[in-house]
Write a protein that binds this ligand. Structure first.
Ligand code: ZN
Ligand code: ZN
Length: 210
């Protein structure tokens, strides 16, 4: 269900998508962002002392760095997260849909190499194909393992948890929060008046240069 808080509309969340909350400084402009890009000037996020994953009261926190580049924040961004949730509350490299690529490569490689080994009439460099087959199988196995880890983390979502929240900022100084946690979205809106630019979902195209 959708709803409205402080005049901000919270859209309906389609399955397997995340809310996308965008915060901007009150004097935001894209060009200004470009000029102040390395000063770490993004909106300061204010949150209640509730775990961003299970929404339970907590005094535990984790420092989050929303930049991919070498910007530094003047003050660290501190997010409340309980001890139990620290492992799955945030996105990390091993948990995103990165498993798709190794599975695809592994599968294509395995089929191609098996075809070469068993159907080609004459093979001069059989060992090369055997090695390539082994590498393909390793990719496939690695991808399946990552997929397993990914699905296991999402199991938490069935028990009142909202894993895989992302904090992100690009060059123009906007702060993005991607999450499946509706309570978190509601709290971000309640506690950060004046800096909420938009709440959409990852089903919508990402706004850029608007
Ligand atoms: Zn928690
Ligand atoms: Zn959790």
């Amino acid at each position: 269900m959708s709803g409205q808080i402080n005049g901000i509309e919270i859209p309906f969340l389609p399955e397997k998508k995340k809310y996308r909350v965008i915060l901007r400084l009150p004097d935001y402009s894209f060009t200004k962002g470009l000029f102040t890009v390395f000063s770490g000037s993004i909106p300061k996020l204010v949150l209640p002392t509730l775990c961003i994953c299970c929404n339970k009261e907590t005094t535990d926190t984790k420092q989050v760095m929303p930049f991919d580049d070498d910007r530094k924040l003047k003050e660290p961004m501190v997010v409340p997260v309980c001890e139990t949730c620290k492992k799955h509350a945030f996105t990390d490299a091993g948990s995103t849909s990165l498993y798709l690529l190794p599975i695809m490569l592994g599968l294509v490689g395995t089929i191609a190499m098996l075809y070469q080994l068993f159907s080609a009439k004459e093979i001069y460099n059989k060992n090369t194909f055997v090695v390539l087959l082994a590498i393909s199988i390793a990719f496939l196995a690695g991808g399946i393992y990552l997929a397993y880890r990914y699905s296991k983390r999402f199991k938490f979502a069935e028990h009142g948890h909202s894993p895989e929240t992302e904090f992100d900022s690009r060059i123009d100084g906007e702060l993005f929060i991607l999450t499946i946690n509706k309570t978190l979205v509601e709290n971000i809106i309640k506690y950060n008046p004046g800096t909420i630019f938009k709440v959409s979902t990852t089903a919508d195209p990402e706004p850029f240069l608007k």
